[in-house]
Design a protein around this ligand. Structure first.
Ligand code: IPM
Ligand code: MN
Length: 347
């Protein structure tokens, strides 16, 4: 029987609840679909940092490299560890080390979920560059603590990096409704973003089946609210994609529904799947976190592993569950109730 080895990093706060829920669903669907998933759990988290001074063990990256995929819950417990330390010690190094350059986030309403907009007919796929750009981590501070202090944070855009994410965007658009929105701010940022627009135009010639439009990020943000049905695939830099996908999460009903995949398209290292939401310390351990975003991310993981039918089964079960009104109102249903309903809908 085919078997997939999955590294589980529940992380902090509700990350633990939602990873457990998604794992139950993944084991069930594997059982029904004739393959196996074996999970190896890693305790890497802010708690681990408090105990060891590190967010993950020293050989963490090398350990993870041997897995078929990674399922991550959430990282962060700002009351005890600054976010700039926890994220740069666990989540962000994994994305970079494994060249997970495409962060994919689907934004559409599940049946029964009412978003804040008076429309339901949108289906957006956001592709966010995930390894460079504004989050490259290049910079420094000088004269620290003095009145003369200077902080510099440099965005890095490489031709290879921009080209590969744009190609990925064109390909996704070609496989969907054929419309790509390339998002920049080239009226104000005259080097990196003009560079991005130029590469967009150059590649457009190779993807004749895709209609590409360049938008400025401010206008695109408004469009996601005013006319989301006019959008198909978005491709954006790290920072812009980060912000736009929170708008995407909002219009699909909230972060509890926002799934995401950090993909290494070349498959030279494992990809990582995680909900967009964080550790939500205010509701941690109450058993009321919505597991849907993580379960959906689990479906994206199976899709990536080539288990397309099983991924489809999860999505059908998810949709049948929300269509019954389960998991559609914040705080109403317990994590376990939602998970049990999805598991029941699988069989
Ligand atoms: C996300 C998160 C992370 C990011 C943070 C926690 C570093 O906001 O996945 O969207 O911006 O990449
Ligand atoms: Mn974000």
């Amino acid at each position: 029987m085919k078997s997939y080895s999955i590294a589980l990093i529940p992380g902090d706060g509700i990350g633990r609840d939602v990873t457990a829920a998604a794992w139950t669903v993944l084991e069930t669907v594997a059982h029904h679909s004739g393959f196996a998933v074996t999970g190896t759990e890693f305790p890497w988290s802010c708690k681990f940092y408090k105990e060891t001074g590190r967010m993950m063990s020293e050989d963490g990256i090398e350990t993870l490299r041997g897995f078929d995929a990674i399922l991550l819950g959430a990282v962060g417990w700002p009351a005890e560890v600054p976010d700039s330390v926890s994220l740069h010690g666990l989540l962000l190094p994994i994305r970079k080390a494994f060249v997970q350059y495409a962060n994919i986030r689907p934004h559409r309403l599940l049946p029964g979920v009412t978003g804040p907009l008076r429309k339901e007919n949108f289906d957006i796929l956001c592709i966010r560059e995930n390894t460079e750009g504004e989050y490259s981590g290049a910079g420094g501070r000088v004269h620290q603590g003095t009145r003369e202090e200077v902080a510099v944070e440099t965005s890095i855009f490489t031709r290879a990096g921009v080209e590969r994410i744009l190609r990925f965007g064109f390909e996704q658009a070609g496989a969907r409704r054929g419309k790509l929105a390339s998002v920049t701010k080239s009226n104000a940022q005259k080097y990196s973003m003009v560079f991005w627009d130029e590469i967009t135009r150059k590649l457009a010639a190779e993807y004749a089946d895709v209609e590409v439009t360049s938008y400025h990020v401010d206008a695109l943000a408004a469009r996601m609210i005013m006319a989301p049905e006019s959008l198909d695939v978005l491709v954006a830099s790290n920072l812009f994609g980060d912000i736009l996908t929170d708008i995407g999460a909002a219009i699909q009903g909230g972060l509890g529904y926002a799934a995401s995949a950090n993909i290494n398209p070349d498959r030279s290292a494992p990809s990582m799947f995680e909900p967009v939401h964080g550790s939500a310390p205010d509701i941690a351990h109450l058993g009321i976190a919505n597991p849907i975003a993580t379960i959906w991310s689990g479906a994206m993981m199976l899709e990536h592993l080539g288990e397309t039918a099983a991924a489809g089964r999860i999505m059908k079960a998810l949709e049948a569950t929300t269509a019954r009104g389960i998991g559609t109102t914040a705080g109403k249903d317990k994590t376990d109730t939602i998970t049990a309903a999805i598991v029941a809908a699988l069989s």
